[in-house]
Design a protein around this ligand. Structure first.
Ligand SMILES: O=C[C@H](O)COP(=O)(O)O
Length: 222
C-alpha cells in the first residue's frame, strides 16, 4: 500500500491564516518526515505559492474553476494554481459545490496540467459518479458531519465502505479518501481499514491549540 495520505484543508478559518497557517505547515512537515505519512495542506489561494516554496509537503488548492485562460474575472484559473506550485486541487468540496459538467471539466483541466484531482462527494452514488470521471481521488464526506466534531469513521463507517466499493466497481484506479469530523489516530485507522488511502480533515487540526500534537495522534496507529 502507498503511504497513508492526510490532507489538511485550512478552509477560510481565521486560525488557518497567516502565521498560524505556517505553524500548521511546519508541523505537517515535521510529522510527515518522522512518520512516513504523506501530509498535504490546502491553504487559502494566496498562500499556495509561499507554502509550496517553503515546506517539503504537497500543497493543494481548495478549488479551481472550469475555465481556460482568457476573459474571466474573479475566477481561479487552474493554470495559475499550477504555476503557484500546487501539487493538486480539491474539486466540488461540500462548501464549494459544482455542476457535474464543471466537475468533469475541472478533472480534465487537472489531468492536462498534471495536478492531482481530489473530487469531494456526499454519498456513495455521487462517489460512483465522480469515479466515472477518472480523478486521482474521490473524498467521501457526509455533509452533516463536517465540522461537527463527530467522526465519519465512528458515526457512519457504512458510507465509507459503500463508497470504497462503489468507486472500485467503477474505476479501481481511483483512490478513496474520507472526511468529516476526523480527529484521532483511531479515526484514521478505521478509515484505512475500510479501504481508503487516507483522510481529508480540517477543524481538528486547524483549530487545535497544538496542531503538531493532533497530527502526531492522527498518524499514530498507521
Ligand atoms: O475539507 C475538510 C472537510 O470538510 C472536513 O472538515 P472537518 O474535519 O472540520 O469535519
Amino acid at each position: 500500500m502507498d503511504s497513508p495520505f492526510i490532507l489538511v484543508n485550512l478552509k477560510t478559518y481565521q486560525e488557518g491564516m497567516g502565521s498560524n497557517a505556517h505553524r500548521i505547515a511546519a508541523a505537517a512537515e515535521t510529522v510527515a518526515r518522522e512518520s512516513g505519512a504523506v501530509i498535504g495542506i490546502a491553504p487559502v489561494f494566496t498562500e499556495i505559492h509561499p507554502m509550496s516554496h517553503h515546506y517539503a509537503i504537497p500543497v493543494y488548492a481548495q478549488h479551481i474553476d472550469a475555465i481556460t485562460p482568457g476573459a474571466h474575472t474573479g475566477h481561479i484559473l487552474p493554470e495559475a494554481v499550477r504555476s503557484a506550485g500546487a501539487r493538486g486541487t480539491l474539486i466540488n468540496h461540500s462548501e464549494r459545490r459544482l455542476t457535474l459538467a464543471d466537475i468533469d471539466a475541472c478533472v480534465q483541466a487537472a489531468r492536462r496540467l498534471h495536478l492531482e484531482s481530489v473530487v469531494c462527494t456526499n454519498n456513495d452514488s455521487t462517489s460512483a459518479a465522480a469515479a466515472a470521471l477518472g480523478p486521482d481521488y474521490v473524498a467521501i464526506e457526509p455533509p452533516e458531519l463536517i465540522g461537527s466534531g463527530v467522526s465519519v469513521s465512528k458515526a457512519d463507517p457504512g458510507i465509507i465502505e459503500r463508497s470504497v466499493n462503489a468507486v472500485r466497481a467503477v474505476n479501481p484506479d481511483v483512490k478513496v479518501l474520507t472526511g468529516a469530523g476526523i480527529q484521532s489516530g483511531e479515526c484514521v485507522k478505521i478509515a484505512v481499514d475500510l479501504g481508503t488511502c487516507g483522510v481529508l480533515l480540517a477543524s481538528s487540526v486547524v483549530k487545535a491549540d497544538d496542531p503538531e500534537a493532533v497530527l502526531r495522534d492522527l498518524v499514530s496507529m498507521l
